[in-house]
Design a protein. Structure first.
Length: 117
């Protein structure tokens, strides 16, 4: 089992940056692909980005390509999401999730990101 804890959210002006962290417990962290999702008020949760077990494969939703960068440090059991050039439409609760093989089985509690215009 994997427990995930997100951190790094906050309030930032448009054009600013934040780095989110997803810290995981458990020795099997390196066996999981990790995804970031977000949910804005009144909207469905949406996929943002994912990273493979080895970190070599990454998928980004089009709206964040060129602005967000995902990385992982398996030695620290942590995945990072560097978010640059933030826009008000990036405002949401951001969740990280872990996938062993297919669906995302484990989810964090979320961290709020608010981008002011």
């Amino acid at each position: 089992q994997v427990q995930l804890v997100e951190s790094g959210g906050g309030l930032v002006q448009a054009g600013g940056s934040l780095r989110l962290s997803c810290a995981a417990s458990g020795r099997t962290f390196r066996s999981y692909a990790i995804g970031w999702f977000r949910q804005a008020p009144g909207k469905e949760r949406e996929f943002v980005v994912s990273i493979s077990v080895t970190g070599t494969t990454k998928y980004y939703v089009d709206s964040v390509k060129g602005r967000f960068t995902i990385s992982r440090d398996n030695a620290k059991n942590t995945v990072y999401l560097q978010m640059n050039s933030l826009k008000p439409e990036d405002t949401a609760v951001y969740y990280c999730a872990a996938s062993r093989n297919g669906p995302y089985d484990y989810w964090g509690q979320g961290t709020q990101v608010t981008v002011s215009s």
